[in-house]
Ligand binder design. Structure first.
Ligand code: FAD
Length: 561
């Protein structure tokens, strides 16, 4: 073994760093492994804000936060987990503030809060429109202050199971080359999302679902894989996000006829209906020929220059640089884009997975707080609250158990597999398969889902898997920053995760949250499908089963906006 720690955290975004801080403060020797420098993690791209019922902008309560989240989840979020999030969020926000997060403020000095989609009260705490950037800097400072070891630019490839426990991680050293074996009494996965399965997405190149795939291959179940959120305001043509904060500040959506079309889809909430509702409305307008170049327009002009510059400076800059439009003067072209994966590694309220010693937190996990549709601002909060809880639980288990044993054979097997990957001489380049994966997922598993398209996509994925298994050619055989190698591994992960998504999607014969089947199963079917999809790795392919949704006090109702 190259190094051993009590707690190994894989991933250094908001979830991973918050978990590391907590595990350290609980007395554990902690190390973080990350393929990126922590502050380059994708959490840093979060813009609009983080939800907590502080009640600073209007009356609010954690009960109201919980109810909005349950309703937004289309009733398959686990209600005990949602109540934990809503109850513990305010304390976590003040903790971040005490560490130095410079949130935007009201004139009287309290933290400002803006309205976000489907929230009954303005409860999104924010730092202009760079909230994630602020959080990631603050958390990193806390890591540095505690002298927590970070193995940065190490690509985690495999989890090691021994004696019925997760006891380590095998990683590729990106800077120097070579495999390194890390032992840990517990391991926390915090590797983020998998938006890169789609050709256009708001997600960074690093969001390739590695953690979910590592867990899957170890036999750990994934949950609710069919639910990929499409965010309504991604810039045309790049797919870069314009925050929901724009609509929170009052921006309108208009079609090619200049109509505020949301009045026909969500007459009360209008542009601040939940994301699944707004994305479907936009896609319907575009499909009906009332779009402009496959987009609708986000109109901020009436907010005025002063408000746009003060509250939405990042969104303005993105619009100017990537769409050539200054929102002070012109509407900005936007369309739905793959944004957030509600599914992930099944974890309990303390992040524990089915495998002893293995925990998951943040976007890689499915606790499930978001169910079939995540509310804006709840993800950052989940990374903090459930990152903290997972860090504490992982540390407590590690401190109560003494041994770590990673058998030599685990590294030997990985070395052999690596060699056979690098030895492939004839075959396709990984990017060719990656391109086909991204385009076909966008085409066949997007905002609206049709049975025949999903069936076709399953065939496409099987072909992609065959092409991948025949061997992809990694031209770069070098040791230093071999992104050819890591992108080939990421591709294998993404193909298998996509297969889990499609298998669960085609089997869910209803419309719920982000899974919309308006042509054959237009309604939610609580009798048959108020349950979680569970994907496990079988004989070279995923196998599907179901588990119950945990209900505390909110019985399912029809969603109205
Ligand atoms: C553009 C954008 C804006 C958003 N805005 C908001 C918002 O305003 N409010 C909100 O609530 N949510 C928002 N979200 C969602 C939210 O930001 C993310 O869900 C959340 O930040 C994910 O955090 P994380 O810690 O789970 O993962 P990440 O921040 O993605 O971190 C993942 C970490 O895992 C590491 N990693 C991954 N794979 C490996 C591997 N194989 N080996 C080693 N390390 C690995 C990476 O290096 C990284 O450090 C936004 C998302 C996007 C894309």
């Amino acid at each position: 073994m190259d190094a051993t720690h009590d707690v190994l955290i894989v991933g250094a975004g908001c979830a991973g760093m918050r978990a590391a801080i907590e595990a350290h403060d609980a007395g554990a020797d902690v190390a973080v492994i990350s393929k990126l420098h922590p502050t380059r993690s994708h959490s840093g791209a979060a813009e609009g804000g983080i939800n907590a019922a502080l009640g600073n902008a209007a009356e609010d309560s954690s009960e109201s936060h919980a109810f909005d989240t349950v309703k937004g989840s289309d009733y398959i979020g686990d209600q005990d987990a949602i109540e934990i999030l809503a109850d513990e969020a305010p304390g976590d926000i003040y903790q971040l503030e005490n560490w130095g997060a410079f949130f935007s403020r009201l004139p009287d000095g309290r933290l400002a809060q803006r309205p976000f989609g489907a929230a009954g009260s303005p409860r999104t705490v924010f730092a202009a429109d760079i909230t994630g950037h602020v959080l990631i800097q603050v958390l990193y400072e806390q890591l540095v202050k505690r002298d927590i070891k970070v193995y940065e630019e190490f690509f985690a490839w495999k989890l090691v199971e021994n004696d019925g426990r997760c006891q380590g991680v095998i990683a590729w050293d990106l800077l120097n080359g070579g495999l390194k074996t890390f032992g840990g009494k517990t391991v926390v996965l915090a590797t983020g999302g998998q938006g890169r399965i789609y050709r256009t997405t708001t997600n960074a190149y690093a969001c390739t679902g590695d953690g979910a795939a590592m867990a899957l291959y170890l036999g750990v179940p994934l949950k609710d894989m069919e639910f990929m959120q499409f965010h309504p305001t991604t810039l045309f043509p790049t797919g870069i996000l314009l925050t929901e904060g724009c609509r929170g500040e009052g921006a309108y959506l208009i079609n090619s006829e200049g109509e505020r079309f949301m009045k026909r889809y969500a007459p009360n909430a209008m542009e601040l209906a939940s994301r699944d509702v707004v994305s479907r409305a936009e896609q319907t307008e575009i499909d009906a020929g009332r779009g402009i170049n496959g987009s609708v327009m986000l109109d901020m002009r009436h907010l005025g220059a002063e408000r746009i510059i003060e509250r939405l400076p990042g969104s303005r800059e993105l619009s100017m640089v990537f769409a050539g439009v200054d929102p002070i003067y012109d509407p900005v072209p936007v369309r739905p884009g793959a944004h957030y994966h509600m599914g992930g590694v099944e974890a309990d309220n303390d992040g524990l997975t089915e495998l002893t010693g293995l925990y998951a937190a943040g976007e890689v996990a499915c606790v499930s707080v978001h169910g079939a549709n995540r509310l804006g601002g709840n993800s950052l909060m989940e990374t903090i609250t459930f990152g903290r809880r997972a860090g504490r639980a992982a540390a407590e288990w590690a401190l109560a158990n003494t041994t770590v044993d990673v058998p030599r054979s685990a590294q030997d097997d990985a070395e052999r597999e690596l060699k056979s990957l690098l030895d492939v001489k004839d075959g396709e380049r990984p990017w060719q398969i990656r391109q086909d994966l991204g385009s076909s997922m966008l085409e066949n598993f997007g905002v609206f889902r049709r049975e025949e398209q999903m069936a076709k996509q399953i065939e496409i994925l099987e072909e992609l898997k065959e092409r991948y298994d025949r061997g992809v050619v990694i031209e770069d055989k070098g040791e230093v920053f071999n992104s050819d190698l890591t992108s080939a591994i990421e591709l294998g992960n993404m193909i298998d995760l996509a297969r889990c998504m499609l298998q669960a999607g085609i089997a869910r014969k209803e419309s719920r949250g982000a899974h919309a089947r308006p042509y054959d199963h237009p309604k939610r079917d609580d009798d048959n499908f108020m349950k979680h999809s569970i994907s496990r790795w079988g004989d070279g392919a995923p196998e599907l089963s179901y588990s119950d949704v945990r209900v505390t006090k909110y019985e399912p109702q029809e969603r109205k906006y």
